[in-house]
Write a protein that binds this ligand. Structure first.
Ligand code: GLU
Length: 392
């Protein structure tokens, strides 16, 4: 075949988190003793109440097409949740239920970006953000959040990065991979710049329930942000529903209309059965989520203690999410020159799957997910320790 394929896809990379997770799961299926802290996937099962409501939806034949925005009961429940928990006002027609939060980010960017538009992304960033921006013809502009600043960008740096081509900022709070959580004052100063510069804000809040020091605050609550903020969230992490693929956009009305149009043409809507499961998640007692957050906090402390001893360096204590971003560049040598080589070396020789920092725009670190059982975390640390010793 001589015809070329889509040139748009040529300069985008495959997701490394997804690739490592798939490879590790394949190796386990092939009988290898792999410990994987690659993808951020809670080790707990989906709560029974959610599963039972989804089964009921099948039994009640709730299996036909619905609105491209998603089922009305779920959109109402999301709208209520945003009001009650986050002090955000998005009506039921401003909510679009998507196939996971990743899809909601895609929708948001697709609704906003024209070719050449710049999208500001604080770095380190989640692997998918720049690739989606590029895919849609936009230009990712990175603003580095240094370890000294607890991996959070400052308002002045945001202002300095804005040009007349800037269309939006893509925030992730709490942040994957660093675990940074912006407090009220920090968000307020960023929101002022966003309003002054007259740009949009996509706020990925998928880890909102996993904040270990302070309460979560949404950037969408500050003055002037309401009609320029698209909230992205999902059920995968909070309710252990990774494979169900349900997330959502909550958007200002004109943007919600465009996203509805895109979704009506691209997917119609996510599976109704999964949407009824998500509805049950919002009706459930929050205790289950709180228990899980407590377990993650305890695991974070265990991982921090072990990692600092192993790498003999200060490791940033994540205030949220469930990842540890561990500095390793002082361990690089002739053979292991960067985070990708280090992760390959650990997987090939020590059966440990973790994600290179290069995937998140910081080659000096590697990322561990601690959304795994105590036993798995202990094994992962033991293997990492032996692997690191072998480098010295
Ligand atoms: N969001 C998770 C992670 O960063 C799952 C994998 C993915 O979609 O990237 O590990």
């Amino acid at each position: 075949m001589s015809k070329s394929l889509s040139s748009r896809t040529e300069n985008i990379a495959a997701s490394l988190t997804v690739a490592i997770d798939t490879l590790a799961k394949q190796m386990i299926a092939d009988g290898k003793d792999i410990v994987s802290l690659g993808a951020g996937e809670p080790d707990f099962f989906t709560p029974d109440f959610i599963k039972n409501q989804a089964i009921k939806a099948i039994e009640e034949n709730k299996t036909r097409y619905t609105s491209p925005l998603g089922i009305l009961e779920l959109r109402r429940a999301i709208s209520d949740k945003l009001k009650r928990e986050n002090n955000l006002n998005y009506g039921e027609n401003q909510i679009i239920v998507t196939s996971g939060a990743k899809h909601a980010i895609f929708n948001s960017l697709a609704a906003l970006i024209n070719p050449g538009d710049e999208v500001i992304i604080p770095a380190p960033y989640w692997v998918t953000y720049p690739e989606l921006v590029k895919w849609l013809g936009g230009v990712p502009v990175f603003v580095t959040a240094s370890k000294e600043d607890h991996f959070k960008i400052k308002a002045q740096a945001l202002k300095a990065a804005c040009t007349r081509k800037t269309k939006a900022i893509l925030m992730n709070n709490p942040c994957n991979p660093t675990g940074a959580v912006y407090n009220k004052e920090e968000l307020e100063s960023l929101a002022k710049v966003i309003v002054d510069e007259d740009i949009y804000c996509i706020s990925d809040e998928v880890y909102e329930y996993f904040c270990y020091e302070n309460d979560f605050v949404s950037i969408g609550t500050f003055p002037g942000m309401e009609d320029r903020t698209i909230i992205v969230n999902g059920f995968s992490k909070s309710f252990c529903m990774t494979g169900w693929r349900v997330g959502y956009d909550a958007a200002p009305e004109p943007i919600a209309k465009i996203i509805g149009k895109i979704q009506g043409q691209a997917t119609h809507h996510p599976s109704n059965i999964a949407q009824y499961g998500a509805l049950a998640a919002l009706q459930m007692d929050k205790m289950e989520v709180q228990k899980m957050a407590m377990a993650f906090r305890r695991r974070r402390d265990y991982m921090l203690g072990r990692m600092e001893k192993i790498v003999n360096e200060k490791v940033h204590a994540p205030e949220g999410a469930f990842y540890l971003f561990v500095p390793v560049s002082h361990l690089y040598n002739e053979k292991i020159k960067g985070s990708v080589e280090l992760c390959s070396y650990l997987l090939e020789n020590f059966n440990l799957a973790i994600v290179p920092g290069a995937a998140f725009g910081d080659d000096s670190c590697v990322r561990f997910s601690y959304a795994a059982s105590d036993e798995t975390l202990q094994k992962a640390c033991d293997r990492f320790e032996v692997g690191i010793k072998s480098l010295r």
